[in-house]
Design a protein around this ligand. Sequence first.
Ligand code: PFF
Length: 474
Amino acid sequence: MAGAAQHAHWSSRWAFIMAAVGSAVGLGNIWKFPYEAGQGGGGAFVMVYLLFVFFIGTPMLVAELSLGRRGQLSPIGSMKKIAQEEKRSPLWGLIGWSGVVGAFIVISFYSVVGGWTLAYMVKSAMGAFSNIDAQTAQDTFVSYISNPVMTLVSHFAFMGITIFIVAKGVQGGLEKAVTYLMPALFAILLVLVVYSGFTGDFAKTVDFLFNPDFDELLYKANSPEAIAAGGAAKVFSLDMVLQALGQSFFSLSLALGSIMTYGSYLTRDVNVGRSALTIAAADSSVALMAGLAIFPIVFAYGLDVAEGGGLVFMSLPIAFGQMPFGIVVGTLFFGLLAVAAITSSISLLEPPVSYVEEKTGWNRRKVAITMGVAAGVLGVLSAYSQGDNMLSSISIFGLSIMDAKDFLTNNIIMPLGGLFTALFVGWFVSRKAMMEELAMEDKTFRIWYFLARFVSPTAIGIIFIKIIYDTVVG
Ligand code: PFF
């Protein structure tokens, strides 16, 4: 096993922050957050989401970063090492395993959607959206995701970029890429917000995103059968609240080993608590800005806010096809999405790569190519499970291959990984070790410790039980 001395490090705190924000800011912020906020009724969802980010997600960021830095190894190596130092069972290493395996599975399908963003950037630049109507927009998307050649090319193009960056190493690849890509991403996003603000319905957007309507969040439409049997039209439901918790985890890149691996490249002089707050604040700002860029267009063009996963690929192109400078705005938008996805996918390839590197002693290039191609091949199953593509008829417990992988990671691996990480730092690592690692002011430490020991495990435990209950009973 490679020793701590050979382990790479960030060249500065700034480089680390850019990389971690790059990991956090991704499809989750620009693609998923707006459509989930749309489905959860807007402002109330946003408010609950932000509470989760700061009271549960941020303490977990602190936990993962400090475990990584203390271990100075891959997530598996770090967890085993710390468990040993703390005289705990080596089984705690399973947290590392679930992160590394989870990251491998997630990148296999994250790259498929990443490929869609590249393809849509090209489509937009070629003027494919000009004056399309809703039906054509939908047909365009379905025929693209059903095309075995196009989806394969875009998926491997995206994976190829990811492998290229990861192969170049922490300072030469990751850092260089994020220090160019992240400022570019902020700049494009800002341009889009300003553009949407001037041309779209900004007032309605602000009202929608910041004026909470808790009825929308807490009640969902009852089924026609239940109404026919005399039930109310709406029933109380915590689904969207739990969705917000899951989304806060996904958006902050928690429980998949990414943040722990980035933590392992940290030097001792970086303040973990302050960094975690910066990362969470930047991640939430981008999610909100994505909302401010997308919803004015959605409202101005009469699109459906609760459209779901198709919002970005099937609805927005209609607007891009009609608006002034639509080709430029559309291309910028999908370019922005691609950049955000790439800085996240490198952080997903990193945990498996750091583990295999540590285990085999192979050079990074060889490991990055091997793991990237392997994840790419696994991803083909996801790519081909969409639309009418070659594997679309395969169903796993009623889900497509892509949705099954999403379910396994989002609903099982991530909550369990998060739960055990919180329990580990809160109850199984000595308080003294955590205090030493975090070097926080006494009061701040006590707040963090309370959130990590009690609040996070309880909240994650509830979401997990609810998911299992829904799956088994529902
Ligand atoms: N945080 C990324 C996003 O919001 O798109 C996705 C992600 C990256 C999740 C890395 C988990 C992870 F470890």
